[in-house]
Structure formats: C-alpha cells, structure tokens
Ligand binder design. Structure first.
Ligand code: NDP
Length: 327
C-alpha cells in the first residue's frame, strides 16, 4: 500500500523537500519493516533539511534521523510482528531512508525495543536528543560525578538535549545551572528543575584558559568558546560531556585544565553507539525520566510542518522537543 513520505532532492545545489506517495517496494533493503507512528525534528534534521550541512549523502532521501513505530514484517531473530521499536542514527537520513515517512525498512541491528514505560510518542519526545542527554549523564557517572560533587552546568538549556538533561539530572538529585540565550525561558527551565539560570553570553565570549572552579560536571550542546570556558571553570576531577556544536565546531581551549585540574573531556556520539550502550541508556531513561517533565518539553507537529520548523531550530527559536506525527 502507498504511504506518505517527505522526500529531499538536490536541485541545482539546493535541497528541495516534498511530501510524496511511495510504494513499499521503493523502501530500501533491510530485514525489518516498521509502520512509523512518530518521528522528531532534531538539530541534525534541521541541518539536513536546509542543506546547512551535508548530512544527506545520497539523493533522493527520506530524511529523519529517528523514528518509533510497530514492526509489520521481520526476518530478524530479535523482533516479532507487533513489537514497538525505536531507531536512531546509524545511516538514517545519510544513505538510508529515515523517519519522516509512514514506513521504514531497516537493518534490525539498528533497532531496539521501546521500554514498556514509554509509548511510541514518548519515545520520540525523548528521541535522539534525549537519549544523547542520557549518554552524557552516563559519562558523568562513569567519571564518578555525583550529586555531592557540586553543580552541573547544562548549556543550550532550552534546546531538546539540554531540556531533557535538566529533567534527568534534577530527578537524580543534581543541582543544575542552566545556560541559555533565552532568559525569557527561565520559568520553563526552573519547572524542569534548574536552580539557577544564567545568560549564555557569560560563557560564549573568548575567556581565560583556566579560571575559578565552579562546576563538578558539564553537559554541553554548543561547543566553541562556551565549551572552552566550561572546561576552564570545571572543578578538580570534574567531567565535561560534549556532544554539540550549536555555537561552533571549534574548541579554543588549552591543556591547563586537564593537567592542573585533572578534568576529563568526554566525547559523546549517539549515531554509531553500540546497541548495548543504547539499551542501557534507554533502560536508564525509563528509570529516571519524569514523564510530566517530558510533556513540558514537547510539542507535536504534522509531516507537512517539518520543513517550516527546520530553519527555526537552527536559529535557536524552538524550545525543547518537536515530535512529528507522521500519520
Ligand atoms: P536544539 O536546537 O534543540 O538545541 C540547541 C540549543 O543550543 C538551542 O536551543 C540554544 O539554546 C543553543 N544555541 C543555539 N544557537 C546557539 C549559539 N549560536 N550559541 C550558543 N548556544 C546556541 O538541538 P538539540 O538539543 O537537538 O542538539 C543540541 C546539539 O547537540 C546540536 O549541535 C546537535 O547537532 C548536537 N547533537 C549531537 C549528537 C551526537 O551524537 N554527538 C546527538 C544529538 C545532538 P538556548 O536558547 O537555551 O541558549
């Protein structure tokens, strides 16, 4: 049966996105077919849809780096028809059709079963951003950062990964300092659990290579001078988990915080993370995420609104998470 998909093509160097009808036979190879219920618009999706970064490697492409839905066909030993599953990362939206469609066929090794606490909509409200926030928290824990260690800085706080990081950290008993360019979101950030909200301009300008220690841990969505200043202000033995580049890809830092304060810079990759780590992160999300706080972060749109929202995400105008109801 025909299904709806957002298809991106490259026309004279520009990306053109159109909703089309495709047949199941036009899906790519894989051993599991999923009837998609929800997808989301992440920062990386916005980069792909606008062509701001070369995320899509082969055209035409159904973008969407993640989806959640129900298995409708499978020859993979781990899955049965009717299983609720989630996919994110790997080749989705790069060389393999992704989540902005009503169906997907993928390699079953890319899928994990959704923890029973979550609906498919919850799973996409969390999505790549929320699961990445959990990977960052696991990195802090790996470095023995605990609620007794001191304050945790979350940058890009009103964004998707930042919002869910705050909700998770405060549930775990951490004291969170939220850095944002949108001070008007202070009430929202405090509802998520932040005890203090600071203006991101205090971190985003060039600063000293090492300065007064202030944070036991950092969860960073933005990179560049912000990350460098966060490293410079991390306490002895602290951990900085870095996964984002919303301010920039550069890292104008020095070795001083590493050799004088024994801090750890932990890189976080969600795209090629092994399945065992993904399953651990999702199990912890099921344990630690307050669904009421998740609902605070989320708004839902239809497939036709995805392309409108993409530039707004890149301009830092979208708060929290955007779920896409593909049906
Ligand atoms: P969002 O767009 O939801 O959030 C990004 C936030 O960063 C914005 O809301 C804004 O927060 C802040 N921001 C935006 N522009 C700037 C700027 N110029 N300077 C400083 N801060 C800025 O994105 P996501 O939460 O989905 O992703 C966050 C980052 O993490 C992105 O760079 C994304 O590519 C990356 N990422 C990486 C992953 C990986 O595997 N390594 C996985 C997931 C995400 P505020 O207004 O509060 O300041």
């Amino acid at each position: 049966m025909a299904f709806k998909a957002l298809l991106s093509s490259q026309v004279e160097g520009l990306i053109e996105n159109k909703i089309v009808l495709l047949e199941e036979e036009q899906l790519m190879q894989g051993d599991v077919t999923v009837s998609i219920e929800y997808s989301t618009v992440n920062y990386k999706d916005a980069l792909a849809l606008t062509g701001r970064s070369p995320i899509i490697r082969s055209f035409p492409m159904i973008p969407g780096i993640d989806f959640a839905g129900t298995v409708i066909q499978t020859s993979h030993s781990k899955f049965n028809i009717g299983d609720k599953v989630i996919a994110n990362g790997f080749e989705l939206s790069q060389t393999h059709y992704g989540g902005f469609a009503q169906k997907a066929r993928v390699n079953g090794d890319w899928l994990i079963k959704i923890p029973s606490k979550f609906s498919t909509k919850d799973a996409m409200a969390i999505g790549t951003a929320g699961y990445t926030a959990m990977l960052a928290i696991l990195a802090l824990e790996h470095g023995h950062v605990s609620p007794n260690s001191g304050d945790i800085l979350v940058t890009g706080a009103s964004g998707g990964a930042g919002s869910i990081a705050i909700a998770l950290l405060t549930e775990l008993g951490f004291r969170v300092i939220a850095s944002t360019g949108r001070m008007e979101e202070t009430t929202y950030l405090k509802k998520l659990g932040a005890v203090e909200v600071i203006n991101r301009q205090t971190l985003s300008q060039p600063g000293a290579p090492i300065s007064k220690p202030r944070f036991a841990g950092v969860i960073d969505s933005v990179g560049s001078h912000t990350l460098a200043n966060a490293i410079a202000q991390t306490n002895y033995g602290g951990v900085i988990a870095a996964f984002g580049l919303a301010q920039g890809m550069d890292l104008p830092s020095s070795v001083l915080p590493f050799i004088l304060r024994n801090v750890t810079l932990s890189g976080i990759d969600s795209v090629n993370a092994p399945i065992a780590i993904r399953e651990k992160a999702w199990a912890r999300l099921a344990q630690d995420l307050d669904l009421n706080k998740l609902a605070l972060t989320t708004k839902t749109i239809g497939l036709s609104e995805v392309t409108t929202i993409a530039p707004e995400i890149l301009n830092g105008q979208i708060r929290g998470r955007t779920v896409v109801d593909v049906n």
